[in-house]
Each structure stands twice: as structure tokens, then as C-alpha cells.
Design a binder for this molecule. Sequence first.
Ligand code: GLU
Length: 396
Amino acid sequence: MNEHTNNIVVRMAPSPTGNLHIGTARATLFNYLFAKKYGGKFILRSEDTDKERSKKEYEDNILAGLTWLGLTWDEFYRQSDRTEIYVSYVKKMLESGSAYISKEEPKEPGQRTEVVRFKNPNKKIAFDDLIRGTVEFDTTELGDFIIARSPEEPLYHLAVVVDDFEMKVTHVMRGEDHISNTPRQILIQEAIGAPRPVYAHLPLIFDAEHKKLSKRKHGAMVWIDTYKEEGYLPDALLNFFAFMGWNPGTEREIFTLPELVEAFTIERVQKGAAVFNIEKLKWFQKKHIELLPAEEQLKFIAKDFDMSEPVLDKEKIAWKQSTPEEARKNLETVLPMIDDEAMIMAYAEEAGKGNVLWPLRYALSGKEKSPDPFTLMKILGKEESAKRIQRALELL
Ligand code: GLU
């Protein structure tokens, strides 16, 4: 891909059948990055053709969550506003013979006995997926699948294909769980004379045990709201999502959204599963807090942390089995290193991490639990940090 490819149009098409899921947020990010990187258009489309399961409150939640993350769209559509367009395509397909009204045996008395089926040409289809390479399917096994419940009630596959055609979508980037939908959608495209978009199926997200992330198994951790409520920064989440399936090919890991746009290339999206690692997210959060101006960092951490001068308990300064003498020696050693995380860490590796980092953190915070000493020192500043370490030394 080069950056001057013309008229790129991508779309994210969530179904509003639940709140904003991290998989949806991540796929949205990739679409957004792709559009911005190549100067294209990013469409958001609410796919609410399933009337029973779709709810306006879910749509509102998805839009609010994406807005909070900073993933803004250029155009927005809702499928339920577009039924007439799909109906006109069903009509055309019935006229051309690429679809037909099929009389069905009612399974129960009183059930509908007519549906609209697609006339499957039963052929082999191959498409070049930007992430997965060539994918082949024999469509014979799909049979004459249903595209509308009646000529007035179009179903999902038809709506997707019509929308992508009418909206001039050039690239369809979505989760790999949709790969089996692609042959059906290609057949419908061919029947209505729509060009085939380029496909890019993103790897799914797995947990540490290699289980697919799902709301049933993983509960609240799949919802964006959970992270928002826990105080995660949008930039930390975006950075984390970007690295679930992509990497810049360099050692660099910390990126803001505009920096991700700059660095993103579709060629570096991997096809292997992406792994969700909460420790990694916490690390991104810490790094993104550090990018905030000092004042905001303070506000941020002050939310659940009292920054006022601590009253130290002498007995708690030394780490577990270590001695006050050792704590004193270690605090004296790190005092002149205050600015230098690498140097303190190098010393701590040698003298024992707990022996060095515990007294330091406790001296700075006076608490058994607090952010790590480096975060604290950044927030407190050199002078205040030194003062607190001195105070602890006086006690020892
Ligand atoms: N509406 C589908 C979903 O929510 C996505 C369809 C697509 O991206 O083509 O999973």
C-alpha cells in the first residue's frame, strides 16, 4: 500500500446488541488508523437489522465509548433507516433471477412459508486478504441461502453488501470471525454488480490461556466502560489495542493516537492471535500517565492516592526480613540518584529489589500500597522526594 492510494473508504459496522466491546473498539482503531494514514474516509455504521436483539441504548453506548476513546467518524449510518434501499435490491435480484421466492415447509402450523433465497451459482471463490493472504472457498456447501425473510424484510448479508457498495467502501477490515461470511457476501456482490472490496480480517483476541475473549467467559473485562470507570486513559487503551495485532517493527512501544496514525502500516498487522494481557495494559497506563503534564499526573493519581506528607512508621521502612541498617544504606545510596530510574533499578537488581524499592516507596508515600516509587518521584518532584527520603533516614 502506498500513502497516495486514492479514495480509501473504510467502515466499522457494529451491531448494537451489547455495549462497546474491546474487540469492537480494537477493530475500530485499526479502521481509523488505516483511514487516517492513507487519507481516506472512516464510516461508522450501526447494523441493527436484527430487530429483536438491537437496542438504541447499546448504540448510544457504542457511540459514546468510541467518542471517549477519540475514534471519531466522518459519516454515520443506521441500517434501520435504509430498509427501502435494501428492498429495492431484493426486487432487482428477484427480477434478474439471482434470487427467488422459495416456498418453505412450515415447521409449525401458522409459520411463514415463503422466504427470499439467493440463487447460488455454486462455484469456487478465492479472495486476497491483506492480512491472511489468499483464502479459498467452495460456495456449494452454502446452498441457496436466505437473503430476506420476505421481499420487504432484508437480512444481514444483503444489507452489508448493499451498504458497502452504496457507500463505496474500498476496504473491509473486521474480525476474523467474519471470514466465513465473506464468500456469501462476495456472491451477492457479484449478483448485484458491485466491485469487490479489499478484505483484511483481523486476528481475534485471546486470553492468557488462549481462550477467545467473550462476555460469557470473561464478564466485565470485555466492556470498554469497565476500563473507563477504572480510570484508564483513552490513549493507554488505544496504545494497548494497537499492539494487539500490530507492531511498528521497532523497539518503540509508546504512541499517542496521532503517532499511531503516523507509524501504522497494514503490512505490519499480524495474522496470529492477539493476546490480552492486563499487566501490559497497566504498563501502558503508567507510561501514558507519565506523558501528562505534572499537574494532571498529580490529579490523576491523587484520585485514589493521598499525596500529603506521610507520617512514617519506623518499623515499616525496612523490607520484610531486611534490617533498618540495610534500609538506611539503600536509601542513602539512592538519594543522589533520584532522577535516574535506570540507575536506581540497576542498583536494586544488585542489592535486592524489595530491599531498595520498598523503603524508597514507603518513604515517599507512607503507605503499604501506592504507585511505584518512580511514579511517585515524578509527581512529587526532586525536592519533595529528597525531603521525604531524608525524613525516613532521620527515623532510622
Ligand atoms: N455487524 C457485524 C458485527 O457486529 C459486522 C459486520 C462487518 O463488519 O462486516 O459483528
